[in-house]
Design a protein around this ligand. Structure first.
Ligand SMILES: [Fe+2]
Ligand SMILES: [Fe+2]
Length: 203
């Protein structure tokens, strides 16, 4: 009888308790906005670099830039959605003007940007989000950081092979932006566990 009463009491309390709204520290919201701005610019920069690669006759590299641009767009949208989910406001983004260089220069600039995000920006943002037990922000930063690591490696390979780049196909995870050469052989995305049958072949 006592147990039944306690069970009813716990149930009633659970119903009465307001749902805990997801929140974030001012600093993590600032970091999410910085990441949102960074990914917005990266998506636009790589789209411009892809056009330049096509103009230069580097069609394989153009495809790589478009694949990375689509991944950055996924990160941009995920960061934005995370800000809103955490009760913050996504700051309006004014995209930087992009003046493309040669495709070799553009690859070098892209490697620099990805390396900074991989080694400095995302690890710092992730560390704070983890210390705050902010799962939503952690997820957003983890998805992007994992893909930037792949992008840096793909760009480095493309630069090393410049002029004799083999024809390969790029596949992008629609949830986390994981970017692979060929469709992954495993069933699930290594970063977010989405079925790899859902990966998108970017042309
Ligand atoms: Fe990237
Ligand atoms: Fe994924």
């Amino acid at each position: 009888m006592k147990i039944l009463f306690l069970a009813k009491l716990v149930g009633a309390l659970a119903l009465a308790a307001p749902a805990l709204a997801a929140t974030a520290s001012v600093e993590t919201l600032k970091n999410l906005n910085a990441a949102y701005r960074g990914e917005s610019n990266a998506a636009q920069r790589y789209t411009v670099f892809a056009k330049q690669a096509d103009t230069d006759g580097q069609t394989q590299i153009a495809k790589l830039f478009r694949a990375a641009a689509s991944a950055e767009a996924i990160h941009r949208d995920t960061h934005r959605a995370t800000i809103v989910k955490l009760g913050g406001t996504a700051d309006p983004v004014t995209l930087d003007a992009v003046t493309p260089g040669t495709t070799a220069n553009n690859l070098t600039a892209a490697i620099k940007g990805e390396s900074y995000e991989r080694d400095t920006m995302y690890p710092e943002f992730l560390k704070l989000a983890k210390s705050e037990n902010n799962r939503e922000a952690e997820r957003s930063f983890h998805f992007a950081g994992a893909a930037e690591k792949e992008h840096a490696a793909l760009y480095a390979t493309a630069l090393a092979q410049l002029g004799k780049n083999p024809a390969v196909e790029y596949y992008v995870c629609p949830v986390c932006g994981d970017t692979s050469v060929g469709r992954p052989t495993k069933d699930k995305c290594a970063t977010c566990r989405t079925a790899t049958t859902k990966f998108v072949n970017v042309q």
